[in-house]
Design a binder for this molecule. Structure first.
Ligand SMILES: O=C(O)C(=O)C[C@]1(C(=O)O)C=C[C@@H](O)C=C1
Length: 435
């Protein structure tokens, strides 16, 4: 992939430009924030089955409290919410039972497609829109990064079929939309089967205080598209989200396109940008729905390098859900260790001894303490990089074996946070139809 830079923008691709053209949402009600006063002292993880919402929430708070002091000043935390709203309660049911097999796309109205609607419509939220949240109805509101037609919007529709999807111009804004009660959930892509992890989103998970309450795995079927009448030979650049470009790299080469690749914020935004600027030398990689919404013609269908092209999204909420044992659950944690990678195997053996499968391990720089110096008078100073480890494992925090494993991890860890314990996406396999 060549050096990627966003195209000069006069449309909603760039957050600053979007910000100037957006209408602010009028506040119609007070911002409700319940402060939770937590102790920041070290507290032991409780042994035994977590039996109630309050037990589980306090377990999360206890584990979180170890990290708060190190990762974030307490005053910068979001207010938190003590009790679920009616919408949150509704959505617990829908997360726990997300049985949707077909992608149930979120309908958007014409105004949204035209880009004239605001919240819930076509234009993404920007940081300047984040005024205190008005009260809203019982429909679940799900914030995602991108514009209508983005895969994240489809993921929101798969997780919460009747939701109102709220486009945001940045992931950070989607998080804040939930923290400020503008949205009830945020949907966040974390990894793709071809492109790998979306590292920045792991960092955001730690920086914010939201809980993972569900996951969806979305088959991603990419199309190459251009304005009607434009032929492949005229294309000098292909623009899309960097993940989408990476997922189609080999196919683009096979198609014989002599085109530079350029990264933009989201796939559907790429299509919208071409349409808005009448670019006849540029193609986008995006969904068929994006082609339809922005009047693009599909030049090639199913251009992902492998039909097993799946992106995993997590859903985030202000409150954790109560973990259960009556269906497969996954738990996501993040921890750091004083001795870094050298004792990682000991930490991970806490899961192995209990036959708990790990489905994912990711390391990220420990930005608060990036280097550990190990001095040896004879040979000098070793400089080890410090990491945070993100682990997903297949067990519910309602299971004693998972609680015991975490109690053991905590003994080794300098901090440990449970990001969430949530139902696994068990949707039957349906490949995305590439070659
Ligand atoms: O740009 C989009 O449409 C997105 O929803 C983002 C995103 C990603 O971040 O990976 C989601 C799914 C695909 O893997 C490509 C892009």
């Amino acid at each position: 992939m060549q050096a990627l830079s966003p195209p000069p923008s006069s449309s909603s691709l760039s957050s600053s430009i979007v910000g100037t053209s957006r209408r602010r949402r009028p506040p119609t009600g007070p911002l409700v924030v319940h402060c939770i006063h937590r102790s920041y002292d070290s507290v032991n993880f409780p042994a035994g089955v977590v039996s109630s919402r309050s037990d589980w929430q306090s377990s999360c708070a206890i584990l979180s409290s170890k990290v708060v002091g190190q990762e974030q000043p307490p005053e910068s935390r979001s207010g938190g919410d003590n009790g679920p709203t009616a919408a949150a309660a509704d959505s617990i049911a829908s997360v726990n039972g997300h049985k949707t097999i077909d992608l149930d796309l979120v309908p958007i109205d014409k105004a949204a497609a035209d880009g004239t609607a605001t919240v819930g419509g076509g234009k993404p939220l920007t940081i300047t829109d984040l005024a205190p949240a008005p009260m809203h109805g019982s429909q679940l509101r799900v914030a995602y990064q991108g514009v209508p037609g983005a895969y994240s919007e489809a993921a929101a529709g798969k997780a919460y079929p009747k939701c109102e999807a709220i486009p945001c111009d940045q992931f950070e804004v989607a998080f804040q939309a939930v923290e400020l009660w503008i949205a009830d959930r945020a949907v966040l892509p974390v990894e793709n089967s071809l492109g790998g992890s979306i590292h920045r989103n792991y960092d955001l998970l730690l920086r914010h205080r939201l809980h993972i309450v569900g996951e969806v795995q979305l088959p991603v079927h990419h199309c190459l598209m251009a304005l009607p009448g434009v032929r492949k030979e005229y294309i000098t650049r292909v623009i899309s989200h960097p993940q989408a470009l990476a997922q189609c790299e080999h196919t683009l080469t096979k198609l014989g396109l002599q085109a530079a690749r350029e990264a933009v914020d989201d796939t559907a935004g790429a299509a919208e940008y071409i349409a808005a600027n009448n670019l006849r030398d540029t193609a986008a990689i995006a969904s068929a729905r994006a082609a339809e919404l922005y009047g693009m013609q599909i030049l090639a269908d199913g251009i992902q390098d492998d039909c097993g092209n799946v992106t995993r999204f997590v859903m985030l909420a202000r409150e954790p859900i109560i973990p259960r044992t009556d269906r497969p659950f996954k738990t996501s944690i993040v921890f750091a260790h004083d001795k870094g990678t050298s004792v990682l195997f000991k930490v991970l053996s806490a899961f192995a001894f209990r036959n708990i499968n790990l489905t994912k391990i990711e390391s990220r720089p420990h930005r608060n303490r990036p280097i550990r110096l190990v001095d040896d008078a004879n040979v000098g100073t070793a400089k080890h990089f410090e990491y945070l480890f993100y682990v997903d494992f297949e067990a519910s925090m309602a299971e004693v074996r998972a609680q015991n494993a975490l109690a053991e991890v905590q003994e080794f860890a300098s901090f440990l946070r449970v990001l969430g314990s949530y139902p696994m996406d068990m949707t039957p396999w349906s490949p995305s139809g590439g070659d």
